[in-house]
Write a protein that binds this ligand. Structure first.
Ligand SMILES: [Zn+2]
Length: 428
């Protein structure tokens, strides 16, 4: 017999206050990262709740991960509920950390104020509201009391805001996403209640160091200036590379529109001696070193070796034109772009239920920057994974962050119904 969707949605509507209360409870635990505070209280609250709902739970500490110590342990929760018979596993992953509140708030960032149909506070949108909605969605499903196939999983992970190495990456390393264990993944990041986020552009951070030869500043012709070499490189980036990158358009539906091309940011440049070292007077020296950090965002149409190669080509040209100059390049971080195809099962299931619940078609988007999907994209077997959640992206990391209560409830309905579709359960 098909499952009654109206019964499922009525059950979620009846949990509206509970969903708001869970969101508030999570916001009131100030899991600010860095440094990664209060993860313990947060994973414990979720573990106790999910255990009451029939999930087996495990708390895992990512020992040795960046920032992990006894004062700020990197703690992660994984909760699983087996179905009545074999079938696919649907997994929801939410990060529990939030960024520092910063200035400009007109409400208490950690109170979880409810006003004007919204829950206010740090992490309401990014992404404690989404995590709460996913939890209420799976609880409503299991409370139907039906013999569902497969398994339901929830993970609540640390450190997404600082790269996720002590969080989702740790669960991946521990084999929780090994082939055959998980089939479909939804990450309730704040992409919007009617948008499905297929993936993100790649990222490559690198540090370039130019080295020259020191000399007296009154006789610069005796030295080799690393700053002049760096100026050559910056000139080539400006006049040759940036225009080329801007022309490289992607089929990824990145938002905002400007992110539908390859981009490069100059994060920092430092050359020569620091003038604050000598009572404010500059040292009369030819700079023998100059450092640049770049942030290159790349597209599914690009190749990682080429992304690196086109910087190396420019460096070689600069070096060839200035005898005595040399360069070194250090990779700081690299993740490839990832995009789940628009015809993938998880996308189709969410599209269908977004349309039915909200009475408007969904929009496919891709993120300009990475999020935890990057750790799943490195797996040998490609997972059926997207980000879908109730908050609004433009409110993330802002003062007076909020999530709409209607959006929380609608997203919980959409996640619950999409889970049934992904489990292969017939609905009316
Ligand atoms: Zn987030």
């Amino acid at each position: 017999m098909p499952v009654s969707i109206s019964a499922l949605f009525a059950s979620i509507d009846a949990r509206r206050d509970d969903l708001v209360a869970l969101t508030r409870d999570l916001v009131r635990i100030p899991t600010v990262n860095p440094p990664g505070r209060d993860y313990d209280a947060c994973v414990r609250l979720l573990a106790e709740r999910l255990a009451r709902s029939g999930f087996s739970t495990r708390i895992l500490r990512a020992e040795g991960a960046p920032g992990d110590c006894d004062a700020t342990p990197r703690l992660n929760l994984i909760a699983r509920r087996e179905g009545a018979r074999p079938g696919p596993t649907v997994h929801f992953n939410g990060h529990i950390d939030v960024v520092e509140p910063g200035e400009g708030w007109t409400v208490d960032p950690f109170e979880g104020l409810v006003r004007d149909g919204r829950v206010w506070g740090r992490g309401t949108a990014d992404m404690k509201g989404g995590l709460a909605a996913a939890i209420v969605a799976v609880e409503a499903l299991t409370d139907l009391g039906l013999p569902l196939p497969g398994a339901l999983e929830i993970s609540a992970t640390a450190d997404e805001e600082t790269g996720g190495f002590g969080g989702l990456a740790h669960l991946v390393e521990q084999g929780y996403f090994a082939p055959g264990r998980v089939d479909h993944v939804i990450v309730p990041e704040p992409l919007g209640v009617d948008r499905v986020c297929l993936g993100h552009r790649g990222v490559w951070w690198s540090r370039i160091e130019m080295t020259g030869r020191i000399a007296h500043g009154s006789m610069p012709f005796l030295g080799v200036s690393a700053i002049r070499g760096m100026a050559d490189l910056l000139g080539l980036i400006e006049t040759e590379l940036l225009p080329k990158l801007a022309e490289r358009r992607t089929r990824m539906p990145c938002v905002p529109e400007g992110a539908r091309a390859a981009t490069l940011n100059l994060n920092s440049v430092h050359g020569g001696l620091d003038e604050s070292d000598g009572d404010g007077l500059p040292a009369p020296l030819v700079a023998d070193s100059c450092r640049l950090v770049i942030d290159r965002r790349w597209l599914v149409e690009e190749d990682e070796a080429d992304v690196r190669g086109e910087i190396v080509d420019l460096l070689d040209r600069v070096k060839a034109a200035r005898p005595g100059l040399d360069w070194r390049l250090d990779d700081l971080m690299s993740f490839p772009p990832t995009m789940t195809e628009p015809d993938a099962p998880v996308v189709g299931a969410l599209d269908h239920w977004i349309h039915r619940v909200l009475d408007r078609p969904s929009t496919h988007v891709a993120s300009p920057g990475t999020y935890d999907q990057k750790h799943l994209a490195r797996l040998a077997t490609r997972l059926d994974c997207v980000a879908y959640g109730p908050g609004r992206l433009e409110l993330a990391h802002q003062p007076d962050e909020w999530v709409g209560i209607d959006d929380l409830v609608a997203s919980a309905e959409i996640m619950a119904a999409a889970t049934l579709t992904l489990l292969g359960v017939e609905t009316d």
